[in-house]
Design a protein around this ligand. Structure first.
Ligand code: NAD
Ligand code: ZN
Ligand code: ZN
Length: 383
């Protein structure tokens, strides 16, 4: 079949809709008619080259380039076809995408850590992870799909490990946002930092992921949640969903926190700016108290290996610097759980969608994100 999908053809090239040839589902593969796809910053990392692996790394995946690539990894839709051997899904099921596959059987999945599933090894680029065959092509050329998904596409062909079954009664738009950004931010606060009642939490960067972190901190019982973002409208939005204070920069937060914490500083700092750079780590550690936890959630350029960090203070202040993928929680648990919180009115999702786009407008959506006017843009597909 032919499907319309937003494809990036090379570094810094814009997202452009192409007619991609897609073969029928192979073993353990599922075809999903998309309803909504979220415009997460991670797809922008692909276009800018932050996420472009070196040629020797790509060789491991059997590809020479990450391009062309169908973008998108946040999304939700309805199953229209299943391939041989599919056990977990049937036609008509509602699903959310999961950029981290969760096979359920590997060591990591079996020990309750689906965010570390061994199938995650295959998500950078390459053919279908089911059987190593390509099923997407454009003008006779193989096409990669962002994190083995490519949700900027009318229909997504993915392994069942990358799809999470959800309640058919729940909003597919909310499910799209929860499928990556909100879950990752929420888990960064609740599952990785393990925020406790009464703590002070700083969230640096108030986009889709930061909005999940702010709400996670609030629901975990944080006394103060300080939202840091250079854009005043994002700080305002952050206050509407649970931030108690706002600041335009880490420096401004640094001047504000001593007064709130009797000079102790913040228990938890969560880093969710659009791009993580090594020079953000030292100022973040300075926001944190003794025994403080700093969570690095945002994605850094692929070969960023220089970090400014005072190792003396790290040890003597008993601090922790923690990485996280998908907020260190299991997609098959977290996505349905946050959808239940949303349905109960305890998690704000709808107001985070600042603009809806058609599939032809994906690049406009990322231009708006860069211009600072989106908390989260979503692609709405024709029903
Ligand atoms: N670890 C994971 O598993 C995971 C999952 C999803 C997304 N991410 C990453 O998380 C990051 C955030 O994603 P998003 O979609 O929310 O991005 P976004 O672009 O929507 O939001 C980022 C926000 O950070 C603000 N910002 C930029 N520089 C800042 C600074 N120095 N201080 C304070 N605020 C700053 C921007 O104004 C913007 O509001 C991205 O790097 C994304 O790739 C990581
Ligand atoms: Zn994402
Ligand atoms: Zn697994």
């Amino acid at each position: 079949m032919k499907i319309r999908a937003a494809v990036c053809s090379g570094l810094h090239e814009p997202w452009k809709v192409e007619e991609v040839d897609v073969e029928p589902p192979g073993p353990h593969e599922v075809l999903v008619k998309m309803a909504y796809a979220g415009l997460c910053h991670s797809d922008e990392h692909l276009r800018t080259g932050d996420m472009s692996a070196a040629p020797e790394v790509l060789q491991v995946f059997g590809v020479e380039s990450m391009f062309p690539m169908i973008g998108g990894h946040e999304g939700a839709g309805v199953v229209t076809e299943v391939g041989p051997g599919v056990e977990s899904l049937a036609v008509g099921d509602h699903v959310a995408s999961s950029f981290i596959p969760a096979c359920g059987r590997c060591f990591w999945c079996a020990s309750g850590r689906q965010y570390l599933c061994d199938m995650g090894m295959a998500i950078l680029a390459g053919p279908m992870m089911s059987d190593g065959q390509w099923r997407h092509s454009l003008d006779g050329q193989h096409v990669n799909r962002m994190t083995q998904l490519g949700t900027f596409s009318e229909s997504v062909l993915a392994n069942e490990a990358s799809l999470v079954k959800i309640d058919p009664g729940v909003s597919l738009k909310a499910a799209a946002l929860i499928s990556c950004g909100i879950s990752t931010g929420f888990g960064s606060a609740v599952d990785r930092a393990k925020v406790k009642p009464g703590e002070t939490v700083v969230v640096v960067g108030c986009g889709g992921v930061g909005s999940g972190a702010i709400q996670g901190a609030k629901i975990a019982g944080a006394r103060y949640v300080i939202a840091v973002d250079p854009l005043p409208f994002k700080v305002e939005k952050a206050k509407q969903i649970g931030a108690t204070h706002g600041a335009a920069s880490i420096l401004e937060a640094n001047l504000m926190i001593p007064e709130l914490t009797e000079g102790r500083m913040a228990d938890v700092v969560i880093l969710t700016p659009g791009v993580l750079t090594g020079d953000l780590v030292a100022p973040a550690m300075q926001l944190a108290s003794k025994d403080g936890r700093v969570v690095a959630t945002a994605i850094a350029p692929f070969n960023q290996d220089q970090v400014s960090l005072n190792l003396f203070n790290l040890a003597m202040f008993n601090q922790a610097l923690l990485g996280t993928v998908f907020g260190s929680c299991s997609p098959r648990v977290q996505i349905p759980n946050l959808l239940r919180l949303y349905q109960a009115g305890l998690l704000e999702v709808d107001s985070l969608v600042t603009q809806e786009y058609s599939i032809d407008q994906v690049q406009n959506g990322y231009d708006d994100l860069a211009a600072g006017s989106n908390v989260r843009g979503v692609v709405k597909f024709d029903s």
